[in-house]
Design a protein around this ligand. Structure first.
Ligand code: SF4
Length: 472
């Protein structure tokens, strides 16, 4: 009998990928995915712990299905992901109707755990060892990667996929829970990664984004040979069908000349680098224990400009970190002015249990100051985006077409001509009037207008020039 699975995901690309794997695994156990909580036999919530707001979102979603669980006690409700690893059985205090708590290193166990709940064994908690709960080797082994299964139906588009090359993190930035929730940094074996990339190419995938918490720190040693990200990119570049390779998220100090030269030499590698700076102040970087100074960051940007002068660079910033003065915040503003990021993800600092910042530093910046700094930085970044996007007007850019745009989906457009969306090699979003059959194709688009986060264009055909589709 087919069983029905409802799954909801918050958080980063790692979580999106984890959910894809869990769905692929459960499909092999006879499950189909449903879109409504009412229709599901199993309800899974893939959680994030990076900010309090993300945790609240999951508790709220899980709270909403309490009445379903009360009316149908045989239904199974589970919380997986980083919050599950961090809070473990404490989750039952706040959400007693939950049956399953599963850390990100234990996702392969989900089918068995569901069976155990069904068999009457009561609530189940399956998490990995904490960073002080065993030998290095035991801790590493308790965070298992879970990657061989791929399910194109769960991806945002069938021709774009994430591919995990690394799990965990050993950087221990003072504000971050990831080293605790996802465990020690471990590179996956290159042969497994290549096999998985080949599977993705066979499924029609054209663009692969390699994932790691500090993806450019990737290394794997075997039989006296160490493989680094640059080596991996060279091997992946050989796979027929794969047309674009991206990698996120990068750690500034590991952005080596060798890696940048490799990206320059391999045409399939996107000239797009996400390298979070987090702050423009040395003092704040030190308090965050980021492991680099602004001088180091500048040296990295010089390396990027030397090898990839056309690359677009994006960043993350935390505003209102413990003790951040107005002057230190202005240094962050100056960094954005100087490097003119393609885009930045800006976050107000939120204290996280289990982190060094929580233990040792005071979260002393008032909420309204954090909000104002957030707005100031966002406004500046938006100005930069708008100005820089103007230079594309009149240019022809090649995009990988992803499908109908958000606007088109929201409007319920179903005519022959719809607004489509695609991305350039340097990760800029381009919308144009086209048709659904173009999804998955590489197309040339002439840009005729630039907005802050989007370029608006027209399909370009070689002999005829720009083609204007009339909306019905
Ligand atoms: S590098 Fe720092 S911010 Fe990134 S995952 Fe590791 S500890 Fe967290």
């Amino acid at each position: 009998m087919t069983k029905r699975l409802y799954i909801e995901t918050v958080g980063c690309q790692m979580n999106v990928l984890d959910s894809e794997m869990v769905v692929a695994n459960l499909r092999q156990h006879g499950y189909e995915v449903v879109q409504s909580t009412e229709d599901a036999d199993v309800l899974l919530y893939n959680s994030c712990s990076v900010r309090q707001m993300a945790e609240e979102k999951i508790y709220s979603a899980v709270g909403e299905v309490k009445r379903i669980k009360e009316a149908h006690p045989d239904r199974v409700v589970g919380i997986m992901g980083c919050m599950a690893q961090k809070d473990q059985a404490k989750i039952f205090d706040r959400a007693p109707h939950v049956d399953l708590v599963i850390g990100p290193g234990q996702l392969h166990q989900i089918p068995d755990l569901i069976q155990q709940v069904r068999a009457g064994s009561g609530p189940q908690v399956m998490v990995s060892l904490g960073r002080k709960e065993g030998t290095q080797e035991d801790i590493r082994r308790s965070h298992e990667t879970f990657d061989p299964l791929r399910d194109p139906s769960m991806r945002p588009t069938p021709f774009q996929a994430y591919l995990r090359i690394q799990i965990g993190c050993d950087k221990f930035c003072t504000y971050c829970v990831v080293p605790m929730t996802r465990g020690p940094e471990q590179g996956r074996r290159p042969s497994e990664i290549l096999l998985e990339a080949q599977t993705l190419a066979d499924q029609g995938c054209k663009e692969i984004t390699l994932l790691g918490q500090t993806v450019n720190s990737y290394k794997y040693s075997e039989d006296g040979t160490t493989t680094r990200l640059a080596d991996l990119l060279r091997s992946l570049h050989e796979i027929d069908g794969i047309e674009r390779l991206k990698f996120v998220t990068n750690y500034p100090k590991d952005m080596t000349e060798d890696l940048l030269r490799t990206v320059h030499e391999l045409p399939k590698c996107s000239p797009y680098l996400h390298v979070p700076a987090q702050s423009g102040s040395d003092e704040i970087l030190k308090r965050m224990k980021r492991g680099y100074t602004i001088a180091d960051y500048r040296a990295m940007m010089e390396r990027i400009h030397k090898f990839l002068p056309e690359a677009s660079v994006s960043s993350d910033f935390i505003v209102g970190f413990c003790g951040e003065t107005e002057e230190q915040f202005q240094m962050t503003m100056d960094l954005v002015r100087e490097y003119r990021y393609k885009n930045s993800f800006i976050f107000q600092y939120s204290v996280r249990e289990g982190t060094k910042a929580n233990e040792r530093l005071e979260d002393d910046i008032p909420l309204e100051v954090k909000k104002r700094r957030n707005n100031d930085l966002l406004n500046l970044q938006n100005e930069v985006c708008l100005e820089d996007n103007q230079r594309f007007v009149g240019e022809t850019v090649q995009v990988l077409v992803e499908g109908p745009s958000k606007k088109s989906i929201k409007n319920g457009d179903d005519g022959p001509v719809v607004q489509m969306t695609g991305r350039t090699h340097c990760d800029r979003i381009v919308v144009f009037d086209g048709n659904r059959r173009q999804a998955g194709q590489m197309m040339d688009i002439v840009v005729r207008e630039a907005l802050c986060h989007t370029l608006i264009g027209t399909v370009h055909t070689k002999h005829l020039g720009p083609q204007v589709f009339q909306l019905a």
